[in-house]
Design a protein around this ligand. Sequence first.
Ligand code: UGA
Length: 444
Amino acid sequence: MESMWSLSSGPMPPVDPSEGASHQISVLGAGHVGLVTAVGFTHHGMRVRVGEAGPERLALLQSGGVPFHEPGLAPLVTEGIEAGLLTFHASNAEATEGASTVFLAVPTPAGTNGSADLSAVESAIRSIAPVSTDDTAVVVKSSVPPGSWRRIQAWMDDAGCAGSLVINPEFLQEGMALAGVLEPVRVVIGSLDPAAADLVASLHAPLETTILQTDPASAELTKYAANAYLAMRVTFANTIANIADVVGADMTDVVRGIGLDPRIGTDFLRPGPGYGGSCFPKDLPALIAVAGEHGLDPVLLAAVVEANEQQVHRVIGKLADGLGSLKGRRIALLGLAYKADTDDTSGSPAIKLAAALVEAGAEVRAYDPVAAVALEGVEQVASISKALEGADLLLIATEWPEFAGIDPAAVSVAMRGNVVVDARNMMDKQKALAAGLDYRGMGR
Ligand code: UGA
């Protein structure tokens, strides 16, 4: 290997279809990352066998279904199945036998003290040990905190899992996940074995992207650094929006004003009720835990986590300001998902808001175009208008495009009260005020 760090960018040589077909790929775990990764390859003519341990999910996939909401995914799953390139298997060993490359896309949930629980990675390693060979690239797609590769290598050694370890983090966003695999802005491949890294790089040959080859720890840290930075930007936007509220500034203009500076840009500066999902809320504590294990005190990251926790209370404060007591008041809650275009409610600020409102004695009627949740005290209804009927206050908690089209005049007629807390800045403020609504946005 010339250097541990190498970079290739732009289109790689076009993939020879016969060569693509000869790559036998296995993906373990048909969650968001695994399934999207699999169709990314089958879409380019490669053969992928997916191992999935959950019997219900497996049966659904085998019958051509998709277990979660992700725009554009279902047609690509159908395409892969119909082309005979995509199959689903209960046994990881069956999915992996004869594969040159095995992608581990199993969950790494929060464990104790914020650290990530990698037990599913260990089990996956053990399950493929009998069928791995010296030439197998064992590729970790799951988010594993910086430094984990040493533990994973030790599990491989202990289980007799031959082959080379490669860390290849996923950067896809739920709701726009296909872009993450079909048009990735970069692919990071970390391995001590240049041949294994090159093999994984070659699978990305059909893509016009930048491939960054690194050592394993750098690949792991790149993933956590990216998420920590993005979470910090969102938290920064929320902090400035809160200041905009108290000084009478308009956060939309402030974001435009700072975003024109090319060093800053406007992405990931939309204020809201705080970040959620299954990634940022889990990855920041895991990064803090790793730093702590090495005697560091990453106060910046801890502050991001704390400020994000406070943000939901900040939104509840806006409701209380608008209504006085929340007890017995009827709240129309629009949105349950942690963000638009997903049915995922993990770590969703909308759910935290709903729970806090129920706790305060409010009556909550919620509507979400896709997400559903069983939450005591929350009635889930089938339309925006049902949620609004007779409500004292409207709370917009998720930025579904459908909510941008809401007519403030119609809201004013449907509701009993007139307070709107727009935690995603979806509504036209001037129209809302003109319709007689007591509009409260985020830093507007
Ligand atoms: C995030 C990263 O963006 C992906 O690159 C990464 O691959 C993924 O985590 C992961 O680790 O698997 P995701 O959780 O799908 O992706 O969602 P984002 O679109 O990043 O949004 C995260 C949270 O920030 C959401 O709650 C969203 O509402 C919030 N957000 C985002 C804002 O409040 N304002 C913004 O301007 C942007």
